[in-house]
Structures are given as structure tokens and as C-alpha cells.
Write a protein that binds this ligand. Sequence first.
Ligand SMILES: [Fe+2]
Ligand SMILES: [Fe+2]
Length: 321
Amino acid sequence: MSAPTLDRPVPDETALQQQFDATIAADHRIEPRDWMPEGYRKGLIRQIAQHAHSEIIGMQPEGDWLLAAPSLRRKAILLAKVQDEAGHGLYLYSAAETLGADRADLTDKLIERKQKYSSIFNYPTLTYADVGVIGWLVDGAAICNQVPLCRSSYGPYARAMIRVCKEESFHQRQGYELLMTMMRGTDAQRAMVQDSVDRWWWPSLMMFGPPDDDSPNSAQSMAWGVKRHTNDELRQRFVDMSVPQAEVLGVTLPDPELALDPETGRYRFGAIDWSEFKQVLAGNGPCNDERIARRRAARDDNAWVTEAATAYADKHAAVSA
Ligand SMILES: [Fe+2]
Ligand SMILES: [Fe+2]
């Protein structure tokens, strides 16, 4: 009898690729230990990191209002929301780690501007109405983007999105409820809400990314089941959802071309200023420098906590060894 061999046959790359393709075609999930093409892994790390960075940077514009919330109730709501965003960032960094990325490295890439985050968070929050409008429109756009990601082909990303979306729904509602309250208030409060809607509407539409014919990664991402709908489809869905909500609220969306198309039942809307989007993405938005500087300070000022925790863990490991 021959001795059992420990050598397992190494499946060839073609067989692995076929297995991967079959998993995607069957709409099953790819899990961390499964073989995956390098492009799939890299593309996912890029997308998940960008998403994680957006959650963490997104804490800043609203966090600016925590000390100036108009009541204890509003402060408690805003604090819960901003903390949720921190949690979203952490789930997403963890999902990126299952692909072999390193969280500290991702943070460095964000600070060195080698990885992006959503352009929307480079705009300033000038009044408390902005807290409401961000909840209504920005978190509303995030929901449109993220609900289909619950069916993303990569298991850890899809599962993270299920909890994230439940919390985003609270974010959207608290924003809308705040705006409804302000609209029932004084003329000055109503004017504040309208001014905020005027400033955030177009940047919210840009959150869905460039138009489909100018979105280089979209087709591959759709083929791999990471993305389920194109940028333009999601943008249209967001417009169709938001127009009736604006009517109930009693605000005017700042687009004279916005009109219901009776044939399709969908809203037509005006041209988006993509040059502004590109400028903001290139680092020239109103708050890009401030956002990155604060993230850098958070990393540097808190480095001693990481060092102390690491030293403590090492000491424990040495004692139990
Ligand atoms: Fe979030
Ligand atoms: Fe949110």
C-alpha cells in the first residue's frame, strides 16, 4: 500500500475561472476564501474602500453641528446618526480586509488622496437645515445606491449592506422629519430649508457618478454582479422618488426643466454640470482640504492609542505563550 500523499492536485486557472463564472451566473455569492480573478479583487477593494472612506469623511459635515443642535432631542438624533456612519465605515473596512487589504494602508491612501470618497462630502453645512437636507437627499441617494448592493456578488459586502441600509432608512426619515418640522415653522425657517435644497440638489444627483457613457468601470462591475444597475438608472430612480417628496414638503427643486414625462411616467431633468463634479473630485471642492486635514489629524493625534493597544496585546500574547 502506498503512503497517502499530502499533495493535492492544483486546479488550473481555467477551471477556477469557470467555477467563478458559474457562481456569478447562478447568482450565488463569492466568499473570501474562494478563488477570484485579480481584477475582481482589486475592483472590489477600490469600491469598498471608497465606500468606507465616504462613510468616515461623511461624519464631518454633520458632526460640525453636534455642538450647535437646537435641542437635546435633535442632538441625540444627530449623534446617533453620525455614530451610525462610523459603524458603516468599520463594517466596510472589515469587508475590504477579507480581500487582503490592510485598514491602516487604506487610511493612508485616503489621506494621501490616492483613493477617493464621495464628492458630496466636500460641500459645507452652512445651516441646521443642511442636517435635514443631507438626511433626506444624501442618505436618500445612498439608499438608492446601496439597496441593490445587498445583492452584490461578494458575500461580505452584500451582508454589510443589509444592516447599513436599515440604518440609512432611519437617516433619511430623521432628515425628512426635521425638514417637515421646519416647514411648519416661521418664514425664516422655510427660507432656510429652501436655500439648503437649492445648494444640495445638484450635488446629490452627482452622487450617482458620471453618466453611463463616461463610467469606465461600470460595465465590468455589472458583469461581475458587483453593481446591479447603472449610474443613470439609479439617478433616475432617485429623481422619481424625490420629486413627490419635495411636493409634500413644499419646497421647489432648483431645476426649471424638471417635468413629468407622461409617456414614461418618469421625470425629465436638466443637464448636470459635470465640470463641477470633476473639479470637486480633483480636490478643488469647497472643503476637500479641510476634510482630509481633519482625517489626518485624527490618525496622527490618536496614534498613541493604537500603539498602546498594540503593546498591551503583545504583552498579553507573551504572557499566555
Ligand atoms: Fe452610512
Ligand atoms: Fe447615512
